[in-house]
Design a protein around this ligand. Structure first.
Ligand code: ADP
Ligand code: MG
Length: 344
């Protein structure tokens, strides 16, 4: 089955929706599945409503996207539809970004987690291809999170990081650890290690990680110069490589967290406001990209500032909107689909 593999593969922005199956809890509560994937690009939501005389009825909402994936679709198929088509472009100066958007529990981490490994496999295969074999390209990986507007290295004991911009509008995250990927198997370890390090407060892992954006980057660099060592007998130091292209995988904070702006707890309110701001700024940046606007409003949030260099020049964006099918999530599901609809 070929899902969404038409010419929109080459588009600058692709919006994909993924519906997860009802989970055990929802099944045991006999919740209705209110989301229907009509075909590869068409989805409808049947919102349960009551008339004034208390008779029940459904309001139907319909949406169209580049691709819509139902609960039968595997993570491998998700990869084929979303990331696989843009891999060759990152060997040609493209900066690609793949987002997972949606409420907590809608399947963002489930969807995102395997993608960097699959991407690294394909990238390493291309690195060995005759076209690139002699180019001295290397693959690097880093993994960090944005929590409450601050950056933390997920592969370095959650060390606090800061961001700097050089004169050429290149974003630099000072102190961020980058690891060379020479063996693809290590990528899975990094993913698991990083996800395990995501902010876990006293309230429990999922609760806290839903308030952070996790960003895993795969960067291809060209290494062709060696700095001559001053002292005899000492190894020559490789110069930092020049970025050829990159792909960022972003597991966004739970979209419902942006509404935590009236919570009793001050910290929660501050975090909610930051999440709200970053998700709005992200939408504005993607829309500006889509309209080929010269001015991209990346200054709107830490998230978009960090992604600044991915919003200029050759860029590709894939938005994967994850939705829960149960009636109880109807409002969040509609919010997610409307957000995705406005990005498009
Ligand atoms: P989020 O990161 O958006 O909070 P998770 O990825 O943690 O959500 O998913 C919530 C739960 O649902 C997890 O137990 C996950 O394994 C399960 N799940 C999510 N998407 C799917 C899917 N497409 N198929 C099967 N199980 C899924
Ligand atoms: Mg998650």
């Amino acid at each position: 089955r070929d899902i969404g593999t038409n010419q929109s593969n080459l588009a600058k922005i692709k919006v994909v929706v993924r519906k997860r199956p009802l989970n055990k809890k929802e099944l045991s509560r006999k919740e209705d599945d209110i989301v229907t994937v009509v075909d590869d690009s068409y989805i409808s939501v049947h919102e349960p409503k009551l008339k004034v005389d208390l008779t029940a009825y459904e309001e139907k909402h319909e949406f169209r996207f580049d691709a819509v994936l139902d609960e039968q679709v595997t993570n491998d198929e998700v990869y084929r539809v979303t990331v696989e088509p843009i891999i060759p472009a990152i060997f040609q100066r493209t900066k690609a970004t793949c987002f997972a958007y949606g409420q907590t529990g809608s399947g963002k981490t489930f969807t995102m987690q395997p993608l960097p490994l699959r991407a690294a496999e394909d990238i390493v295969r291309l690195l060995h291809h005759p076209t690139y074999r002699n180019q001295k390209f290397k693959l690097w990986l880093s993994f960090f999170e944005i929590y409450g507007g601050k950056l933390y290295d997920l592969l370095s004991e959650r060390r606090k990081l800061c961001m700097r911009e050089d004169g050429r509008q290149q974003v630099c995250i000072v102190g961020l650890q980058e690891f060379e990927v020479s063996d693809v198997h290590i990528v899975k370890e990094y993913i698991e290690r990083g996800n395990g390090t995501r902010s876990t407060g006293s309230t429990g892992a999922n609760e806290e990680s839903s308030r952070s954006h996790a960003i895993l980057q795969l960067v291809i660099k060209k290494h062709n110069e060696v700095k001559e060592s001053r002292r005899p007998g000492e190894a020559n130091e490789p110069k930092p490589g020049k970025v050829v292209g990159k792909i960022s995988f972003i597991d966004l904070a739970g979209s419902e967290r942006g509404a935590d702006t009236t919570d009793n707890d001050k910290q929660t309110r501050i975090e909610g406001a930051e999440i709200n701001k970053s998700l709005l700024a992200l939408k504005e940046c993607i829309r500006a990209l889509d309209n080929d606007q010269i001015h991209i409003p990346f200054r709107g949030s830490k998230l978009t500032e960090v992604l600044r260099d991915s919003f200029v020049g050759n860029s590709k964006t894939v938005m994967i909107s994850c939705i829960s099918p149960n009636a109880g999530s109807c409002e969040h599901t509609l919010n997610t689909l409307r957000y995705a609809d406005r990005v498009k």
